[in-house]
Design a protein around this ligand. Sequence first.
Ligand SMILES: Cc1ncc(COP(=O)(O)O)c(C=O)c1O
Length: 456
Amino acid sequence: MKPQNLSLSQRDRACVWHPYTQMKLAPDSIPIVRGEGVYLYTEDGRKLLDGISSWWVNIHGHAHPKLNEALASQARKLEHVAFAGFTHEPAVELAERLTAILPSGLTRVFYSDNGSTAVEVAIKMAYQYWQNRRDPQRREFVALHHAYHGDTVGAMSAGADSIFTSTFKPLLFPVHRADPPYCYRCPLALERSKCSIDCLQSLQKVLAARDRSVAAVIVEPMLQGAGGMIVWPAEFLSGVRRLCDRYGCLMIADEVLTGFGRTGCMFACEHASISPDIMCLSKALTGGYLPLAVTAATEQIYDAFLDEDRAKTFFHGHSYTANPLACAVALASLELFRSEGALARVQALERHLRARLEPLRENSIVGDVRVIGGVGAIELVHDKANRLAAGYLDHIGPQLAEAFLKRGLFLRPLGNILYFMPPYVITDDQADWALDLIEDVLTDAARSASARLSRL
Ligand SMILES: Cc1ncc(COP(=O)(O)O)c(C=O)c1O
């Protein structure tokens, strides 16, 4: 049959391979023809509220007129140029604007394309920093359990063992692991109200044991995203900074998810008033428009690469490094923080999410509720007393996603972790519509679960 006689879903099925998708089992992909504000519009005329900000990237809403204009206006001037030997206004201005708002000390901006490359750059930069400093034994990395840093090989090495990484284990380099402050599943079985962030001892022990061998500790500050939407006490983050200082290694903050307001501060490191040595940014950098990433570093790190010896050069780059279209949209997105008060809106959303989600703790399948900034997460369990859950492959994830989609809400639970992370522009009424739906669907799910149990 000729392509013109097929639907878009059928043409897609014939030649496209989608990410994170078992193509043998997955239903046809839904064609999206338009986006506006918090809504996506399907080819068959349905309206879906984008409850995950299209993979956590969108903040000002879809098809924002100011971002559209910035993109079109830059396209009329310069769409792209190689970024070695040349520079351009959007890249320089964006670096100026970022270094003015980043946590203090982060003065150098290295561009790449996405969250994973931002992390690859950070890992390579930290590694070569110590080589260039003639301290070559510092070549090991420490990351946290439940971490997720991306899907390229270096980023997967830093990520926790999971169904995403297990196939590739032989390709990954070894990384030391320490406990995160996952309070609902405290590694020390303590209660947060009584603990003194004792879980930091795990990182302290790793650093003490590997003294002078560690190049860097990499963490997702305040919110470990794909590993379970785990919200941290800020004291843990300041503790990580303190331990990196004590053991003389670098601290890499992966703010690919948290950067640009998602946790209620422009950068999550602000919750603990700390500055990392290296910070990774992407996702919301362009307001959700185009792939662009930044790995920001201190002057001390940058200086270690300055030498007459060319071997000390940072040999890393990508074809689309510092793409002018993406930089221009990122600048317009930063401007919207000022002109549309985006950060204040996230803070209001946080209060709203807290007020609406906390009562869901009463539901028999809700184990924990976690809220930070514009992110509300619900950890679902099948045995509340013993906090038992099936994790990422729990069938409840796809079942709930389908139930929400049928009613016009796009959510993509991480197995038993249901989360709502809409664009910041969501209104109270739109949020209430989605939160009512979440409450209803979870009430139905709890009812079905207890009916199943009573039949056993
Ligand atoms: C903290 C963190 N780092 C890195 C990445 C990888 O980003 P990307 O999907 O753009 O490669 C993600 C993606 O979810 C992330 O949440």
